[in-house]
Design a protein around this ligand. Sequence first.
Ligand code: 1PR
Length: 535
Amino acid sequence: SSGDSVVTLLDYGAGNVRSVRNAIRFLGFDIKDVQTPEDILNARRLVFPGVGAFAAAMEVLTKTGMDEALCSYIEKDRPFLGICLGLQLLFESSEENGPVKGLGLIPGSVGRFDSSNDFRVPHIGWNALQITTDSGILDDVGNRHVYFVHSYRAMPSDENKEWVSSTCDYGDKFIASIKRGNVHAVQFHPEKSGDVGLSILRRFLNPNSNMEKKPGQGKASKLAKRVIACLDVRANDKGDLVVTKGDQYDVREHTEEKEVRNLGKPVDLARQYYKDGADEVSFLNITGFRDFPLGDLPMLQVLRYTSENVFVPLTVGGGIRDFTDSNGRHYSSLEVASEYFRSGADKISIGSDAVYAAEEYLRTGVKTGKTSLEQISRVYGNQAVVVSIDPRRVYVKNPQDVQFKTIRVSSLGPNGEEYAWYQCTVNGGREGRPIGAYELARAVEVLGAGEILLNCIDCDGQGKGFDMDLVKLISDAVSIPVIASSGAGAPTHFSEVFAKTNASAALAAGIFHRKEVPIQSVKEHLLKEGIEVRI
Ligand code: 1PR
């Protein structure tokens, strides 16, 4: 291939760079990986997708001499695109586990969002840009949303104003992108921002192409509520990986054979939902609690294929825990998660293992740092770790009868009970545990969860709406984003959950699989109700 179609990529091996690779390839470019500092100096155009923690990244860069190469490349005004941490590292320092020194090319330091002011941290989701100068690459972003996921941000100041090309409002007005000459960096993820993101990448890779300037459609103004499509995946009795869907977690048909309900192929459905406008796609490997997911290579294949042309965030869950295989080889939960990230996942979700971790933490009051939740969030950042909760409603006559947080129910229990608590379960709802969803949510936030996926066994597959009592309880209990799940049956259920609770996102499976309601109709309905969504 001619040198003109080559993009040099700086990947220091800290996480999921597969999506950036896929996006570059999708746009018709070849990738050359940086092996030595000289590769940086010789690059025609360099993409630097920073992942992981600031300090760890700086350590690798200094140890390899890449820090100096990067500085001299950028000082020479060579074509550069930093993404996320790849933007932050250009500043003088970061508060993340620090202060830690950065590359020092741009005046200013990187600090944490303040979660005390009603804005949930991490900042996860699709937000709007305020463009301050013509950056050349953001041309047709106009009023569209782009995808952010981070807890730290750099702030504009008099000293760095010549660099800032756009800001984003999230409690703070922080720097969303910078541009000086041929040097660009973005805090959001173009490789995860659908068509808008791809066109930003295309403009960077191909600055001379005369792309028409499309007027910005839509009217993005703030963080959008997310609509997520969820694929519960497992092997059917023939051993094929299928998308299935349960009623209150029972995924078998009510026939004599009791076969696993089959709603389609995971990769095809994920692709379809991306085209239909899903803001994220989740895969749950629902038998992960008993089958080892790394033995389950098809699931890794599903991620690899899906991430080739699905450019919104992908979450995968199921089976993230320590495991010893039949040959006696031990795998840590961190290795399992790493394999998922390498295969194309942006976030992993932990179910059962997070319940055990929370129970132990509440019993001892000690953070050991050894649980899967803590380890994965330390290495990949808490924005990459979702905790999936599978609670079941338990009615009680008297709140004093249980040691868990109860709520006054909005409709009475079967024996006239006025109260309920939500009992957490493990192993796909098969075993109830002595911990409530409220207690679990608060504990996992402390242990490093960046987001909560809140299912509800009672509502799952019923199509009667989300459990509003539960979603309200949990979304008010924590300051990380909460995804409401289980029970969506109509567009009004989505507007209801956003109007009446503090959920940041709503997830559904059955109505999308059965093609009862397209994602687009859900979004149009939300817009009509005055709820901001990505279009
Ligand atoms: O415990 O870490 O191995 O994770 C297992 C994961 O698999 C958990 O996230 C758990 O929620 C999920 N899971 C286990 N068994 C089932 C099952 O259905 N038998 N699925 C299961 C959970 C709930 C949602 C569903 C929503 C929306 N299913 O994923 O998509 O309820 O459905 P709806 O819109 O049709 O109502 P670990």
